[in-house]
Design a protein around this ligand. Structure first.
Ligand code: ADP
Length: 543
């Protein structure tokens, strides 16, 4: 006898069905390789997604089989996000910015059966095809050119499939829907597997009004790649609420993004700080007298922006706010679906000064509902929430992975009581705002005291001449480690180490925390997900 609520499994299929019925006429815009825009409506995407599910079943896809995607952000990738799980499969997003050998290794580790690949990425596929034999390679004719012989044509596959007669594969809410490998910035990549349940819960939480606040009238521009950490869940969230999506395709240069924002103004855009930095620098330069780009772009008025994946400098938040665009900062990992914390102004800060609001916005924020967070000191004790004490950040929750594909739950990644060890070092203040001091591997230990490279970087990037700054540790006989600041200047700008040190001293850094040395470089190297790649700097400046 049932006496409480129904035990209906949470399911992505429900989100798709809902969008197909309720949001038929809402647009999904994709930028093609030739920069033109292709428009669909949710009604089209619904049909095409079901056709994909039907076609995959026709190809013999079995429950739990992995189907890899090697695609930019566009409508067909969205179809995979829902169509592969609808057929009972697991969508495995391959990161196209990784080295070909790495992609081949990852496909082998995941034992992907099929591959869906953009035609414009076939040259990349050719570089790793010898490493792993997919049973079938389905080519999406993104450029509009005919699909080369020897491959299955995605569009032909959809045309030949029975969208109307399609039936969803039966599933449990804990069955897998998607898989993404950690990008191995600090170690070997491992597969993280998301379920129907974790994905639906993450979508519900991430779009709450206090967090991303996504609603059906939004126009969402996900610059964050769909091939890494689910584009921060935005494809699922947008479909759940029926928001208009604008996909940038392969065009992520600041000029292109500003052009797209001018053409199809988003109300919400998502990206990593490095891309947002170049975006605002390019835009601000276009406003200078005599700029060749004068009047070319408009930043959408009142747009909200979610920026994360790496620390967001306060200077970046202020630079966007000067144009009426508020940046919310998020912290997360591939392992956390990925949104774990979000910086928004809680009621306690309602009457805070503007400076205080900026200061909080520059933290990683407070844990979202359903995520528990703690910081553990070296002694295994929880650190107090005093804004000072740092410890290893550990998290737990229903959309945080409990293990890795084939690897399980190794002790260096999980505590005995089942919390994820993030590898980040953080402090939490009395209001629950978390600040990432560093990744464990990036902290600088000088004379027994920790120096946060993130704090130094953020302060340096507040200098008007500085485009980018990354701080690494160099060995030091006396102090064991000292900070080295690698600084890229804006075009035509000059600044001396003394001037930068003078700035740091005004920002509450002690003398011993100042960089030991400055190296002026052209640009900070980027990881496959567009973050600062300090490993490369450490190789370049070993001392
Ligand atoms: P990778 O960086 O290795 O590609 P992830 O995309 O999973 O892998 O990145 C997760 C890491 O990114 C976190 O552990 C943390 O170090 C960093 N990170 C994410 N968001 C923030 C943030 N808001 N502030 C500082 N660091 C962040």
């Amino acid at each position: 006898m049932q006496t409480t609520m129904m035990n209906v499994p949470l399911s992505l299929n429900h989100l798709l069905e809902r969008a197909g019925r309720l949001f038929k006429s809402t647009e999904i815009v994709s930028r093609l390789p030739d920069k033109s825009l292709r428009r669909h409506r949710y009604a089209d995407i619904y049909r095409r997604t079901r056709a994909l599910g039907s076609a995959l079943q026709g190809l013999g896809l079995k429950k739990g089989d992995r189907v890899a995607t090697l695609c930019w952000n566009h409508h067909a990738h969205l179809e995979s996000y829902f169509g592969i799980p609808a057929a009972g499969g697991v969508m495995h997003t391959l990161n196209l910015r990784l080295a070909p050998e790495e992609i081949g290794w990852i496909a082998g580790d995941a034992q992907d059966r099929f591959l869906i690949v953009d035609d414009v990425l076939l040259p990349l596929y050719e570089k790793f095809r010898h490493l792993y034999p997919f049973e079938k390679v389905i080519v999406f004719p993104f450029s509009g050119a005919p699909v080369p012989a020897g491959f299955t044509d995605y569009e032909a596959l959809l045309v030949g499939a029975d969208a109307d007669g399609f039936t969803y594969a039966p599933h449990d809410e804990n069955d897998p829907v998607a898989m993404c490998y950690t990008s191995g910035t600090t170690g070997r990549s491992k597969g993280v597997v998301y379920s129907h349940r974790s994905t639906v819960l993450h979508s519900l939480v991430a779009c709450l009004p206090d967090f991303c606040g996504v609603r059906g009238t939004d126009v969402v521009l996900p610059v964050t790649p769909m091939f890494h950490a689910n584009s921060w869940g935005m494809p699922y969230i947008a479909v759940m609420v029926g928001a208009k999506l604008v996909f940038p395709g392969p065009h992520l240069h600041p000029d292109d993004l500003l052009g797209l924002m001018t053409q199809e103004p988003p109300t919400l855009a998502l990206g990593v700080p490095t891309i947002w930095l170049s975006l605002i620098q390019t835009y601000d330069a276009s406003l200078k007298p005599g700029s060749p780009n004068a009047g070319r772009w408009r930043l959408p008025q009142g747009m909200r922006s979610l920026v994360g994946g790496a620390a967001v400098p306060e200077a970046l938040i202020r630079a966007f706010d000067a144009h009426g665009i508020w940046i919310m900062q998020g912290w997360g990992m591939t392992e956390t679906s990925p949104v774990g914390t979000l910086s928004y102004l809680t009621a306690a800060l309602k009457d805070a000064s503007r400076d205080e609001k900026y200061r909080r916005a520059a933290t990683a924020g407070v844990p979202v509902p359903l995520v528990e967070l703690r910081t553990r000191g070296d002694d295994g004790q929880d650190q107090p929430w005093d804004g000072q004490s740092v410890g290893e950040l550990q998290v737990r929750g229903p959309f945080i992975t409990g293990g890795y594909h084939e690897v399980g739950s190794p002790a260096d990644k999980f505590t005995d009581d089942g919390w994820l060890r993030t590898g980040d070092v953080a402090s939490v203040d009395e209001l629950g705002y978390m600040r990432i001091a560093d990744r464990t591997k990036d902290l600088i230990k000088s004379g027994g005291e920790w120096i946060s490279s993130v704090d130094l970087e953020n302060a340096l990037m507040a200098h008007p001449a500085v485009a980018e700054a990354a701080v690494i540790a160099i060995p030091d006989e006396k102090w064991s480690e000292r900070p080295l600041a690698c600084v890229a200047l804006k075009p035509g700008e000059q600044v001396t180490p003394d001037e930068l040190n003078a700035l740091l001293l005004t920002k509450n850094f002690a003398k011993w925390q100042l960089p030991e040395r400055y190296e002026f470089i052209d640009a900070v190297p980027r990881t496959s997900t567009g973050k600062f790649w300090k490993l490369k700097l450490r190789e370049r400046f070993p001392r």
